[in-house]
Design a binder for this molecule. Structure first.
Ligand code: FES
Ligand code: FES
Length: 188
């Protein structure tokens, strides 16, 4: 069992009496964790499980830096109680960045298109775009912009991010034409 390693009002001390055992399935592995009932999923991922790819930006649901997939949907982990995530399938950037031994097309396109500068926002964007491309094989640029509207980037100006998502979508379609999602974002 893993216990919280830091002590403050939310993460809790391993010895604190209000710790509760929870089981979280993260990137395909079930972890037993001790955390207080009010522990935030973001804190447990970063401070207990050491999955620091998920970033803390605003800590109040406005930047998308902390996005993870929960049952396939991009969710801000700073707004989720860790205990409420039990029984669900959680995927962090550590579980999404690669596709087998290769970089996932989104990660690769991000690097090639210059979608990262400081890189702090990148995990959250990529998580968001995983959900998008899992549901829409050919989203329009407008649709991509809409999908990432909850993610904030202070560096890139967004154009290179849009380029990266378009490139990744095209490569995924080329590689998996038979299994690509049926829906399309159209041409708006
Ligand atoms: S840190 Fe969660 S939305 Fe900003
Ligand atoms: S690359 Fe720096 S905030 Fe997006």
């Amino acid at each position: 069992m893993t216990t919280a390693s830091r002590s403050d009002s939310r993460r809790g001390d391993p010895a604190r009496p209000d710790n509760r055992l929870l089981r979280l399935r993260v990137n395909g592995t079930v972890h037993s964790v001790a955390a207080p009932p009010h522990a935030i999923l973001l804190d447990v991922l970063r401070d207990v499980l050491g999955l620091v790819g998920t970033k803390r930006g605003c800590d109040m649901g406005t930047c998308g830096c902390c996005n993870v997939l929960i049952d396939g949907r991009a969710v801000m982990s700073c707004l989720v109680l860790a205990h409420d995530a039990q029984g669900k399938d959680i995927q962090t950037i550590e579980g999404l960045a690669f596709d087998g031994p290769d970089m996932h097309p989104l990660s690769k396109a991000w690097a090639e298109c210059g979608g990262s500068q400081c890189g702090f926002c990148t995990p959250g964007f990529i998580v968001t775009c995983h959900e998008l491309l899992a549901n829409e094989a050919a989203p329009s640029r407008t649709r991509i912009a809409e999908a990432i509207s909850g993610n904030v980037c202070r560096c890139t100006g967004y154009k290179k991010i849009l380029d990266a998502v378009e490139l990744a979508a095209a490569r995924i379609r080329e590689a998996e034409p038979a299994s690509a999602p049926a829906k399309s974002g159209g041409s708006k």
